[in-house]
Design a protein around this ligand. Structure first.
Ligand code: PGA
Length: 242
């Protein structure tokens, strides 16, 4: 069975001194390349060249040129960054990223040789209206439109119900398992077999043992709990030693 991964989405957290302490805490573990740290872009260089992978939280929707303040996929690759999150719900919500922008970024990243962790998930209203699967299907089919099959091993999908992000609430294991099966079926019908699908939304050192009972889960995208290196290491230990 393929190894699970644990991705830490550190969002816009920690200042320079805290990052120093963070690195001292995390650099003493063997991660077996199953862990991806996604710090603020500013700190990416500090994380490179160790026994874990490093990912960006975002990329520009353009390849290069006059786009003040942006970072391109090619620039990240040239710095030794291996992957990027795309389509995180916070980017969709606060920066008005549409499905089409997510598609464009996915295409640019893959063509630039950057692995993509594509984030999808429904809002609470969509869930209450029984629209979860419809939303997931739309997000997947739009993001992957025109993406060649040769990229299938460079893509991971993160199922992140928006109502579970940062709230301490998670779906039941059965709900997560069903959503993952659904996502795998959609992707398989379209293009790729054996897509790795990970779960994100209030993953913590307290619920990781329960989540680990989900059969088809490919790993986890961890937000809040990844900012505290001690909590994050507890999560990693459970997953990596499984
Ligand atoms: P959370 O965030 O673990 O704090 O819920 C997850 C994410 O936003 O990727």
């Amino acid at each position: 069975m393929e190894k699970k991964i644990v991705v830490g989405n550190m969002k816009m957290n920690l200042e320079a001194m805290e990052i120093e302490d963070y690195l001292m805490e995390i650099n003493i573990m063997d991660y077996n390349k199953q862990v991806v740290f996604c710090p603020s872009s500013l700190y990416l260089p500090y994380f490179i060249g160790r026994n874990y992978e490093v990912g960006s939280q975002n990329i520009a929707p353009y390849e290069e040129g006059a786009y003040t303040g942006e970072i391109s996929a090619a620039q990240l690759v040239s710095m030794g960054i291996g992957c990027t999150l795309i389509g995180h719900s916070e980017r969709r919500e606060h920066f008005k990223e549409t499905d089409e922008v997510v598609r464009k970024k996915t295409e640019i990243a893959l063509k630039s040789n950057l692995k993509v962790i594509l984030c999808i998930g429904e809002t609470e209203d969509e869930r209450d209206d029984d629209k979860t699967y419809k939303v997931l299907q739309r997000q997947i089919t739009t993001a992957l439109k025109g993406i060649a099959e040769e990229y299938h091993n460079k893509l991971i999908i993160a199922y992140e119900p928006i109502w579970a992000i940062g709230t301490g609430r998670t779906p039941t294991n059965i709900e997560i398992e069903d959503a993952i099966s659904f996502i795998k079926t959609i992707v398989e019908e379209l293009w790729f077999k054996d897509m790795k699908v990970i779960y994100g939304g209030s993953v913590s050192d307290e619920n990781i043992i329960i989540l680990e009972q989900i059969e088809n889960i490919g790993g986890y995208l961890v937000g809040g709990a990844s900012i505290d290196p001690v909590r994050f290491k507890k999560i990693i230990e459970v997953v990596v030693n499984q």
